[in-house]
Design a protein around this ligand. Structure first.
Ligand SMILES: [Zn+2]
Length: 406
């Protein structure tokens, strides 16, 4: 017998009572869908089929996992994974069990959305024109809202939660519904079923509903953005919001330790740290310029001591690549030989830059090859500048340049 209002063969128990989790029923139809899976149509069911932006309930029928529940042409079909050679046939009695923890979590989020949209509707006249429930609740309102307005709706929602007002499900006749004023969304597929949050909202809905707003626990908007002339809002409620709070509390605790800051002053401490590090960075840049000038002075002293066109190798452990190039570019202006600057240390190895004013008889590629032989690593470049790595000890590098000088 088809239910006149829902148009289904199945009596949908969750529509009247979302807290019934165990039920017995009779199989109306059973057929294999893919190998190992069977579609079951039951006389009555507690399973909510996917709809209105919300996923299907999960659970078991006769001990076999229910992997999906869909409405197909006015039928509610439970996809069941066959286990232990289980067999299902029309007329057979079965027992079902819905995963209530998951159901309750979704009810918290779903009724949270009703409450938020109800209050947004009361205050601004906006309608919900899109809804999706996954790890978070996302919905679209058809008008613009500022951050302050959203915060104010959110605050009111939480006050209504603490008021613990009843959530009531109504099944008005079409004639009664015609005379009623209620919010209607895309999820409206059946004859009218209304979910009322006493005093705050009345909305057409097909999903399981909580008994009172207190069960929502808490509502927190975590994101919003303008969307097609309206506002897209993302919120979390209940256990999801608690989990989010716990995660944020742990993060805050880590930051408090890192910045030695009080709980409510972590952002100030981070801003202060960021400002100090920018100042420090500017100072380091200045110091590097000063140190580069000292390197240049020292290298020029070495050049003056023996301007014989040989290869000069210098090790400046803390220098960087830019400094090395600057020293070479400055010093080869009045030196006919090759100048190599090494940076790094024995533990991590060294990197080098070698340069000269113009191409000479002894090519830099030749030098790169002999350094590769002496130090390992790799290197290459142009006729006037090469760079590479030297995973060798300091004394090996120093000995190499003493030998080259001869
Ligand atoms: Zn709803």
């Amino acid at each position: 017998m088809k239910n006149e209002r829902t148009g289904c063969n199945t009596e949908l128990i969750y529509e009247r009572d979302a807290y019934v989790t165990h039920f017995t029923s009779v199989v109306l139809d059973a057929f294999e869908t893919t190998e190992g899976f069977i579609a079951l149509e039951l006389k009555e069911s507690c399973f909510f089929p996917e709809g209105g932006g919300q996923s299907a309930d999960e659970g078991f029928i006769d001990g076999c996992p229910v992997t999906d529940v869909q409405r197909v042409d006015g039928r509610v079909l439970h996809t069941v994974k066959i286990e232990d050679g289980k067999h299902f046939a029309p007329g057979q009695e079965v027992t079902g069990e819905v995963d209530f923890a998951l159901r309750f979590l979704r009810m918290q989020n779903h009724i949270a959305e009703h409450l938020f949209c109800g209050i947004a509707n009361q205050r601004f006249g906006y309608d919900n024109v899109g809804f999706h429930l996954s790890d978070v609740v996302t919905f679209d309102l058809d008008g613009p809202l500022t951050g302050e307005e959203i915060a104010s709706i959110e605050e009111k929602c939480n006050e209504v939660i603490w008021e613990n007002v009843p959530v009531i499900v109504h099944f008005p006749t079409p004639e009664e519904a015609a005379g009623m004023s209620f919010r209607s969304k895309l999820e409206l597929e059946d004859g009218v079923r209304l979910v009322e949050i006493k005093g705050y909202d009345l909305c057409a809905c097909c999903a399981p509903a909580l008994r009172s707003t207190g069960e929502i626990g808490i509502i927190k908007v975590i994101d919003f953005m303008p969307h097609r002339g309206g506002t897209r809002i993302t919120l979390i409620a209940g256990r999801d919001a608690y989990k989010d709070y716990r995660m944020l509390d742990e993060e805050t605790g880590e930051l408090m330790k890192l910045f030695s800051a009080k709980r409510n002053l972590v952002a100030d401490a981070a801003a202060d740290f960021s400002q100090k590090s920018l100042a420090m960075h500017a100072q380091i840049t200045e110091l590097k310029k000063e140190i580069t000038a000292l390197y240049i002075r020292e290298v020029k002293d070495v050049i003056r001591a023996r301007n014989d066109g040989d290869i000069i190798g210098m090790i400046y452990p803390a220098a960087d690549e830019v400094q090395s190039r600057n020293v070479i570019n400055e010093c080869v202006k009045d030196y006919d030989g090759i100048l190599c600057i090494f940076r790094g240390n024995d533990a991590d190895g060294y990197r080098y830059v070698c340069g000269r004013r113009e191409a000479g008889e002894y090519s830099l590629k030749e030098l790169a090859a002999s350094m590769k032989k002496a130090f390992g690593g790799s290197g290459g470049g142009s006729e006037i500048m090469i760079q590479g790595s030297a995973p060798a000890k300091k004394e090996i590098i120093e000995a190499f340049f003493q030998k080259e000088e001869k």
